[in-house]
Write a protein that binds this ligand. Structure first.
Ligand code: ZN
Length: 635
């Protein structure tokens, strides 16, 4: 802790500054500290195991892990990767290049689609937000080259130019490796940028995506097909689903669909083709030679400010542990996470839910009927902690071909998971499925199943430990648990009922009051100036509501606890947000991340609570003070 900084002025710096001053961000990472330190530790631990298993020095206990290790081995084979160079990608690149017109495109559409090749739209199967026992088909636009549509606005012109400059430099180097002539290379780049520019006018910004309930726009297949004209959508769906073709499609981005004709038409066909060629070239280069991989990472490394490409060993581990995420998470959980810890965590979660219910029942802004519905929703929350008992069936189909190139393997495995996802369309939703694997340092609330997930990897210090005091654990994992529960009642979650269906369970007056509180929360953060930019209060509001709720419920538990130490609570709260990051990534996150910057999560949340003022004697002369009438507690 830093004795020169007063805790009353800056809790975050008081707790973390000394560590931050000394910390060194790993060359191949954009940040370190808190969550990120745990991510690196899990990575190091698991990389050792992968290496031992690959060398036959550690037994592999199941078929799924055998396949994960096989993929790891294929990725590690730099000799083959370097010898092959661009070759494994050429077949697809040539296929894209030979597309002459819309007719040919439509004839190839199924192949393009199931192989996840670049298309002017994206489509997949998701849980139906209105009936969360069923699936639906969801349609959206492609992603832009720049990380968000806001980068295409005039006030960002400088950044836009700089970033697209780096992108162009990278693509130029990649295209030089292809059979295209110099003139063609130049044309492909300018066409791709032109196509991307049109996409940016149609798709949603991150701020728009952050209101996820607005992605639910059911439209009849007839209407969607009409707007999708040059693409034979009905034909594609018939080939994919046979007679069970859906009569309606959920359009996540209505503006995109309405304007689709301006993007994809006979005149723009070459723009599309050249855009798709480059997009596939960048994506596939990651899995090709060391040289191509390094070039292809230039743009993403610039975005996050990272100078060095991760080693091949790291790439091999991360690829295998993502592709086989569930079995790898189960392996991690069984080996490194104790049953005692799991039992303890579930008890803590249950206590927090019980306290949450108590707080809702005493809440002074809701009417009785709304309170009852909120409590029902809390009663129905399903808790997932540690790792799942079962492995998803998709992994039975995922077989690695060790003789094949890495790219071919990755494409085949992705195709298997994609087809598996499509097959779900006419099947009921399996609520026992986990959305995060055991080795992931994160936690989440799933609105369509009303469940919360805490993977094994987050259930360690500083979030949680037998060695920490109960107050420290409450300021760490306790507040995170309360945060995830609060997502059931943030500006999005509040629109879904106890079964995870979009359904209004509020009285009109209660919801108006809630919306007013949401507005206050937007205002509390909006426009806060940090050395690297300004906060967009609307983008981060749901996460701030969740942080606020997580602190409210854990402080309530502290109130009834013998030997509660608020000092330990707040200090550990600040510790979990410790972060040292490169400036580029900080700027990027400000534009695209729905979470507030770590320093604000640590420093803004406490000042809404009287306990903060009482514990450290914070007065209006201190920097971490806000007027009592500006303090917000929602849940
Ligand atoms: Zn959250």
């Amino acid at each position: 802790m830093n004795k020169e900084i007063r805790i009353q002025d800056d809790l975050y710096a008081y707790v973390n500054q000394e560590w931050i001053d000394k910390a060194i961000i790993p060359d191949d990472k954009p940040m370190t500290g808190g969550f990120n330190t745990l991510v690196t530790e899990v990575e190091e631990l698991m990389m050792k195991d992968f290496s031992l298993m690959n060398k036959g020095k550690l037994a592999i206990d199941n078929e799924y892990m055998k396949q994960a290790i096989a993929l790891y081995r294929v990725a590690l084979n730099t000799k083959k990767r370097n010898q092959d160079g661009l070759k494994p990608a050429l077949k697809v690149l040539n296929m894209i290049n030979k597309l002459q017109d819309m007719g040919q495109f439509n004839r190839k559409l199924k192949d393009l689609f199931i192989n996840d090749l670049p298309l002017p739209f994206k489509m997949g199967v998701d849980v139906d937000m209105k009936d969360s026992t069923q699936h639906c088909l969801m349609l959206m636009g492609p992603t832009t080259i720049l990380p968000d549509t806001t980068y295409y606005k005039e006030n960002m012109a400088q950044q836009k130019e700089a970033l697209l400059g780096v992108w162009t430099q990278m693509v130029t180097m990649l295209l030089e490796k292809t059979p295209l002539s110099k003139e063609e290379q130049t044309l492909y780049i300018s066409d791709a940028l032109q196509f991307d520019q049109i996409i940016s006018t149609l798709v949603k910004s991150q701020e728009e995506w952050s209101e996820y309930t607005k992605a639910y726009n059911p439209m009849s297949l007839r209407k969607v097909s009409g707007l999708f004209k040059p693409i034979k959508l009905r034909k594609l769906l018939t080939v994919l689903f046979g007679e069970n073709i859906p009569s309606q499609i959920i359009v996540a981005e209505p503006r995109f669909l309405e304007g689709f004709a301006t993007l994809f038409n006979e005149q723009n066909f070459l723009l599309y083709k050249h855009w798709a060629y480059i997009k596939f070239l960048i994506g596939s280069s990651t899995y090709l030679s060391e040289e191509l991989r390094e070039i292809a990472s230039l743009y993403s490394r610039t975005l996050s400010g990272v100078a060095v490409v991760p080693t091949i060993e790291k790439q091999a581990y991360n690829l295998a542990s993502n592709m086989f995420s569930e079995p790898v998470g189960i392996y991690y959980g069984k080996k490194y996470f104790g049953e005692d810890a799991k039992k303890d965590i579930i008890e803590i979660i249950e206590e927090i839910i019980a306290t949450y219910k108590d707080r809702v029942s005493k809440n002074d802004f809701l009417s009785l009927s709304t309170k009852e519905k909120a409590i029902l929703k809390l009663d129905k929350i399903v808790v997932k902690a540690g790792y799942p008992d079962q492995t998803d069936q998709v992994y039975d189909k995922m077989i690695v071909n060790v003789r094949s190139s890495l790219l071919k393997n990755v494409m085949e495995l992705e195709k298997i998971t994609f087809l598996h996802n499509l097959e779900e369309l006419n099947k009921p939703v399996d609520r026992t499925k986990w959305v995060m694997p055991g080795h992931m340092v994160n936690a989440c609330y799933n609105p369509t199943s009303n469940d919360i997930t805490f993977p094994a990897a987050i259930l360690q210090a500083p979030f949680y430990s037998f060695k920490q005091t109960r107050s420290e654990n409450l300021g760490g994992i306790g507040a995170v648990i309360g945060h995830e529960i609060s997502h059931a009642f943030d500006n999005n979650g509040a629109q879904c009922d106890e079964n995870g269906n979009l359904n209004n369970w509020w009285t009109k007056e209660d919801f108006q009051q809630f919306e007013k509180k949401t507005e206050d929360m937007i205002e509390q953060y909006d426009g806060i100036e940090l050395p690297w930019g300004k906060v967009n209060g609307t983008l981060v509001v749901s996460e701030n509501i969740a942080d606020n709720g997580g602190m409210a419920v854990t402080l309530e538990i502290m109130k009834h606890m013998p030997n509660a130490s608020y000092k330990e609570y707040f200090i550990n709260w600040a510790r979990i947000w410790c972060m040292k990051a490169r400036e580029n990534i900080l700027k990027l996150l400000l534009q695209v991340d729905v979470h507030s910057p770590a320093v604000l999560r640590a420093n803004m949340t406490p000042r809404n609570f009287q306990e903060w003022y009482d514990t450290f004697g914070v007065t209006k002369d201190d920097r971490m003070y806000i007027e009592p009438n500006k303090r917000i507690i929602i849940w």
